[in-house]
Design a protein around this ligand. Structure first.
Ligand code: F6P
Length: 536
């Protein structure tokens, strides 16, 4: 079994000469780059700042950078030894130092031994990962065989995934995105919240003998998931459900805990897969049941193609690197606090929520790998809604508000429906938004004035299909890796979620007992008030 090598110390972004050079460039005029002038002065701007990457096309030309900025940013990446950091991840090093773990979600989509699926690239330490690779291939085969068996079992009409965070957002987002590939008539439900309204609402109208529950939890200890799983099992038995073994399966790294819970059908994964990076593992089972084994493998293949691009493309044409560098420029020099995400495809409506966890749980850190307080900002706030809905809600602020919010548009060229006119109107809107943000409109009188020069990125998929979705998600994963690596933080732990979990357990007990000794004044007042009401 592979033993992760230490992840060596790498220079932090503020410790390398390019950091100061970027600040000087920013102060010396870089901050006031005008996109309209930049396009007028450089006929090659679009060409230089856009590129093909596996299964998608990216336009970075409407960002507040020019050749000099990008050159300095690339120097920063080189001086932070970003390529070595990437290679260390691909060699199975202990990138997640605080948890003593390697970071190898990319291995889950590394092709198996089938000749038809030759890997697009081979990381240098691949031989040392032979045992992990074999386990991955075996588990994938078993999980996809199970998915196919569920799909042909006409007695199963509803699949309920019970999980939260990475055990919910990925499969839910992808199942919505790939709805056009799903088995007609098979209903997928996702229950995550400990709020009983959610589970109760899903259970209404379900027939226990026609329902499969998937209990998805990396740790198999998460309070919300365990409570929902117990309630689902109680409901199943109370409704006369028989054969729990057939109607419950667990997706987890903690197979022993799942067995103890009473679930015999289990699909495992490994501690080197972070929860928010686990869509490619057994956590993807609900998606595999919806779209079938072939489509699930196509998703993995699309992600692998992006892995190969990230691993081999020179930094200057490496899309995850280029996106991360723009992110860093905005966060640390322009000091923009958030990034908007606007997917122009309704199937991508959960993409903002998914990317929120990916980026903010990964890079929402304020100390470096050595535990030193950082003197600069890290993760932006990520937020968004599908276009065109966002246009009729918060785009007012993005166009005319006092803050600059770089927007990432994700568009899809071809629709999966036949309704005339809609797709063209949708594409016209995404282009118009990007144009309006950049061009603005002058109205010296005031209220109709659009300042313009507001940055955006446009990612284009030809079709929303398994390969392009896989590539899009892997792109975002690697981009987060790159900014985290240059910031010198551990992007793969999440200690910031622990405190609230511990306190909730204490408060839960106090809501039963009414005991307030030792609490702060506000919490004590609330416990007193709510203990009376929640005691049923
Ligand atoms: O509380 C945060 C978190 O640990 C996430 O990182 C994770 O995706 C989620 O909870 C669910 O965890 P699990 O899959 O172990 O139930």
């Amino acid at each position: 079994m592979h033993r992760p090598a230490d992840f060596p110390a790498f220079p932090r972004c503020d410790e390398v000469p390019a950091w100061g050079a970027l600040q000087a460039h920013f102060d010396g005029g870089g901050r006031s780059l005008d996109l309209r002038q930049a396009f007028a002065q450089d006929a090659g701007r679009f060409e230089a700042l856009s590129q093909d990457a596996p299964h998608l096309f990216a336009d970075l030309s409407r960002n507040l950078i020019d050749a000099k900025t990008e050159d300095l940013l690339l120097q920063l990446a080189t001086q932070c030894r970003l390529a070595e950091q990437r290679d260390a991840m691909f060699a199975g090093a202990q990138v997640n130092g605080t948890e003593g773990r390697a970071v190898m979600h990319w291995l889950l989509r590394y092709p198996g031994s089938e000749a038809s699926l030759a890997p697009a690239w081979a990381p240098s330490g691949m031989e040392a990962l032979a045992a992990e690779r074999a386990q991955v291939a075996d588990t994938l085969d078993a999980m996809l065989a199970y998915a196919e068996a569920v799909r042909v079992d006409a007695s199963i009409t509803d699949v309920v995934n019970i999980g939260i965070g990475g055990s919910d957002l990925g499969p839910q987002m992808a199942t919505l995105a790939l709805a056009a590939f799903a088995k007609p008539g098979l209903r997928l439900h996702f229950v995550s919240n400990v709020d009983g309204h959610e589970l109760d609402g899903v259970l209404q109208g379900l027939d226990p003998q026609r329902t499969l529950f998937l209990i998805a939890s990396k740790t198999f200890t998460t309070l919300e998931t365990m409570m929902n799983a117990r309630s689902a099992r109680d409901w199943f038995l109370a409704q006369g459900g028989r054969d729990t073994a057939r109607h419950f399966a667990a997706l987890t790294t903690n197979v022993a805990a799942a067995r103890e819970f009473g679930i015999t059908t289990t699909f495992g994964f490994w501690d080197w897969v972070g929860g928010r990076y686990s869509l490619w593992s057994a956590i993807g089972l609900p998606l595999a049941i919806a779209v079938g084994a072939e489509n699930f493998r196509a998703l993995l293949a699309g992600a692998h193609a992006m892995d190969a691009h990230f691993a081999t493309a020179p930094l200057a044409r490496n899309l995850p690197v280029r996106l991360a560098l723009v992110d860093l420029w905005y966060r640390n020099f322009h000091r923009f606090t958030s990034r908007g995400l606007a997917p122009y495809h309704s199937g991508l409506r959960r993409l903002p929520a998914y990317l929120q966890q990916l980026e903010m749980e990964s890079n929402g850190k304020r100390v470096d790998r050595q535990g030193r307080l950082l003197p600069y900002a890290t993760s932006p706030v990520l937020w968004g809604e599908p276009g065109t809905n966002g246009q009729h809600a918060f785009f007012q602020m993005i166009h005319q508000g006092s803050d600059v919010v770089p927007v990432e548009f994700v568009a899809v060229a071809e629709a999966a429906h036949q309704l005339p006119g809609h797709q063209q109107a949708l594409l016209a809107n995404v282009l118009a938004q990007a144009q309006a943000l950049m061009q603005g409109r002058s109205d010296p009188g005031g209220h109709r004035d659009f300042p313009g020069n507001r940055p955006s990125t446009l990612l284009l998929l030809q079709r929303l299909e398994p390969t392009s979705l896989g590539a899009l998600i892997a792109l975002q994963e690697h981009r987060v890796f790159c900014s985290g690596a240059m910031w010198g933080i551990n992007s793969f732990d999440q200690w910031g979620v622990e405190l609230g979990k511990v306190l909730a357990q204490d408060i839960n007990a106090r809501l039963s007992s009414g005991e307030i000794a030792g609490l702060d004044g506000a919490t004590a007042a609330w416990v007193t008030r709510l203990a009376r009401q929640s005691s049923t």
